[in-house]
Design a protein around this ligand. Structure first.
Ligand code: 13P
Length: 251
């Protein structure tokens, strides 16, 4: 059985004060034991969040890492090694905002994925199509290509220590959620792409859905056979809403 995961991507939000308030709010939530819960603050808040969540069953991840795993001369970047030192166990790679707005190519995403794993971080590989690609009927091909870029270069076995997040770009921050059936179709395709090389591994990999997940839509999405939880943006900034989404992933 795959343990569900619900992850909150706080993106470029928050101040030290608002982050402390959000963590207080999370501490008051009844969170399910059978769900792995993670938050992804901006890098400037990672140390604070790790310290304030110490002893709680919520793990911390970063939103990106450098292509180089170790510290060095790379102004403005944060190495996976430094993220580990700051208390992270996870890191997002290939979020669509980085792919489309900040130029992260499949090759760069693959290097970041490898850098994360080489330091013992678990990468959460984000994949997803734009609205134009969906309308052109290219959804499965786009997602397959993004997945193959990593699996082809690093080998399918790397997904033994990784999580995949399917995030249709048109559903991110728009209030448009993929229907459970639309999401399930893509999740099943991702799993079968991995299964073609290693069926047992494919059965163990967690595939999260992201894109306007709210408490009201979570249970139905998480009820689909290949959806193992969610990567939540806007709704994760509200502790009550995020708590409800976490509970929707529990049994
Ligand atoms: P929203 O939940 O705000 O649509 O964001 C999704 C996302 O990009 C999570 O990584």
């Amino acid at each position: 059985m795959r343990r569900p995961m619900v992850a909150g991507n706080w993106k470029m939000h928050g101040t030290r004060a608002s982050v402390a308030e959000l963590i207080n709010g999370l501490s008051r939530q009844v969170l399910p034991d059978d769900v792995e819960i993670a938050v992804f603050p901006s890098s400037v808040h990672l140390v604070q969040v790790s310290a304030e969540l110490a002893g709680k069953a919520v793990v911390v991840g970063a939103q990106d890492c450098a292509t180089e795993p170790q510290q060095g001369a790379l102004t403005g970047e944060v190495a996976a090694f430094q993220l580990l030192d700051a208390g992270c166990s996870l890191v997002l790679v290939g979020h669509s905002e980085r792919r489309s707005l900040l130029g992260d190519s499949d090759e760069v995403v693959t290097r970041k994925f490898a850098a994360a794993q080489s330091c013992g971080l678990t990468p959460v590989l984000c994949v997803g199509e734009t609205l134009a690609q969906r309308e052109a009927g290219e959804t499965l091909a786009v997602v397959a290509r993004q997945l193959a870029a990593v699996a082809g270069k690093l080998g399918v076995q790397v997904f033994e220590r990784a999580v995949i997040a399917y995030e249709p770009v048109w559903a991110i921050g728009t209030g448009l959620t993929a229907s459970p059936e639309q999401a399930q179709e893509v999740h099943a395709a991702i799993r079968s792409q991995l299964a073609a090389q290693d069926a047992e591994l494919a059965g163990r990999v967690r595939i999260l859905y992201g894109g306007s997940v709210k408490a009201a839509s979570a249970a139905e999405l998480f009820g689909m056979p290949d959806i193992d939880g969610g990567l939540v943006g806007g709704a994760s900034l509200n502790a009550d809403e995020f708590g409800a989404i976490c509970r929707a992933a529990g049994s």
